[in-house]
Design a protein around this ligand. Structure first.
Ligand SMILES: CCCCCCCCCCCCCC(=O)SCCNC(=O)CCNC(=O)[C@H](O)C(C)(C)COP(=O)(O)OP(=O)(O)OC[C@H]1O[C@@H](n2cnc3c(N)ncnc32)[C@H](O)[C@@H]1OP(=O)(O)O
Length: 197
């Protein structure tokens, strides 16, 4: 009798997925991709307990990002909480959608924790789009410690689903949505709703 079959993971792009060109709106390679929303736990620069993650656009459909693990991010003593590391990869993978020029939210995120990450470490993350199929964006990321070429500490594969602006205005807490819609800074307004804060 054969053993149990191993299902193809839903984060693996199907054979007819494509790798599109970068969007004309994509930030130039080497450019810092700014925070999409000041209050974002992942990238908001003033969020006191947030990750304050910074990401830079790559040459292709890829980004690099850095996240410094702070004492507020501990799980075990002196070690990063696994869920916080997942958040850092989720945020970086989400940033890939700037390169495609279409808002998207995480549908599925699969993670392998390969080695523990001490507080004060810098997690060097590289993420890339692995395929696009209709509204589905497939991507993968890895986070290394000790430098951009250091050992891999965490890996992830994800499936993002492209959504319309209404996704955010319909589901967000009304006072937060209103605050952004009333912000006179149009750029801030547009960016906040391009992703799910
Ligand atoms: C301009 C760009 C800006 C970018 C800025 C980046 C900044 C970075 C910030 C990032 C911050 C970090 C990012 C965050 O943290 S985003 C926050 C976390 N994510 C969410 O809150 C999303 C919650 N979920 C939903 O809203 C809906 O379920 C969505 C919108 C995802 C789909 O509901 P919708 O009604 O719209 O679509 P559908 O149900 O017809 O599905 C469509 C297709 O997708 C397939 N499917 C769906 N779900 C899954 C699943 N779980 N596994 C496998 N497959 C799944 C489904 O089978 C179907 O396939 P097919 O039948 O077509 O083959």
């Amino acid at each position: 009798m054969n053993g149990p079959s191993i299902p193809t993971t839903p984060t693996t792009p199907p054979a007819d997925a494509v790798l599109p060109e970068r969007s004309p709106l994509a930030p130039a390679p080497g450019t810092l991709i700014g925070s999409h929303y000041d209050e974002c736990f992942g990238c908001g620069p003033h969020h006191p307990q947030g990750l304050q993650l910074t990401a830079v656009a790559g040459e292709h459909l890829d980004v690099t990002a850095r996240f410094t693990v702070k004492p507020a991010h501990q799980g075990g003593p002196g070690l990063a909480h696994g869920g916080v590391l997942v958040s850092a990869l989720d945020e970086t993978l989400g940033t890939l959608n700037w390169l495609l020029g279409a808002p998207a939210v995480t549908g599925r995120l699969e993670t392998d924790f390969v080695r523990p990450v001490p507080v004060d470490s810098v997690l060097h993350i590289h993420a890339r789009v692995t395929g696009v199929h209709g509204r589905k964006v497939y991507s993968a990321a890895e986070g290394r410690i000790g430098g951009p070429d250091g050992p891999v500490a965490i890996r992830a594969q994800a499936l993002f689903i492209q959504v319309k602006l209404e996704h955010f205005t319909t589901h967000g807490r009304p006072e937060d949505v209103r605050k952004i819609l009333d912000d006179p800074d149009q750029i801030k307004r547009a960016r906040a709703f391009e992703v799910n804060p």
